[in-house]
Design a protein. Structure first.
Length: 178
């Protein structure tokens, strides 16, 4: 008897030119699916201000609502990269745990410089791929070639609209055959 090969992991790659709107779309779509009974996990990127009014970037976990502050205050006048890689690693670990526990959908805030260098949230992508869980991710326009190499034929470019995500989900959902 032949053993059936499991289907590939479908990945919806949304162009991240308008990052704030794409992040909001991914979050709203995932939360709608969760309200309909899907098990969703992952992180989306958000911006906010701290008590002093300084702009901060954080990742918000879809399942737990935990926040991971990924930008750090390097002081006035600093032009160095302010990414807090420790917080980014903690967010990545949370997504990896969710993938191991089982999910119907994983959302990964984005594929950008850190991921192009095989850091950042790459392990979150890998955990979802290994578990064959569909993924929605924003892809930085500056790292499209690295994305193509990383995701290969598993990824599908999807227009950043609710209708396009709904159409993709109808094809990608692990519950489609139930």
């Amino acid at each position: 008897m032949e053993r059936e090969t499991p289907p590939s992991t479908p990945i919806a790659a949304l162009p991240a030119q308008d990052s704030a709107n794409v992040q909001a779309l991914m979050r709203a779509f995932a939360l709608e699916l969760a309200q309909a009974g899907a098990r969703v996990a992952g992180v989306t990127q958000m911006r906010g201000a701290d008590a002093a009014g300084r702009s901060r970037i954080f990742l918000r976990d879809l399942a737990s609502d935990a926040e991971y502050l990924i930008s750090q205050d390097l002081g006035p006048g600093s032009v160095a990269c302010n990414l807090d890689t420790g917080e980014l690693a903690m967010a990545c670990a949370a997504v990896e745990r969710s993938a191991r526990m089982g999910a119907d959908l994983i959302v990964v805030s984005k594929f950008s410089k850190q991921e192009a260098e095989r850091g950042g949230l790459c392990d979150a992508f890998r955990a979802a791929m290994t578990a064959r869980i569909p993924v929605i991710a924003a892809v930085s326009p500056h790292f499209r070639e690295e994305w193509r190499i990383f995701a290969g034929p598993l990824a599908e470019d999807v227009e950043p609209t609710r209708d396009a995500l709904t159409e993709w989900w109808a094809r990608a959902s692990p519950r489609r055959g139930r």
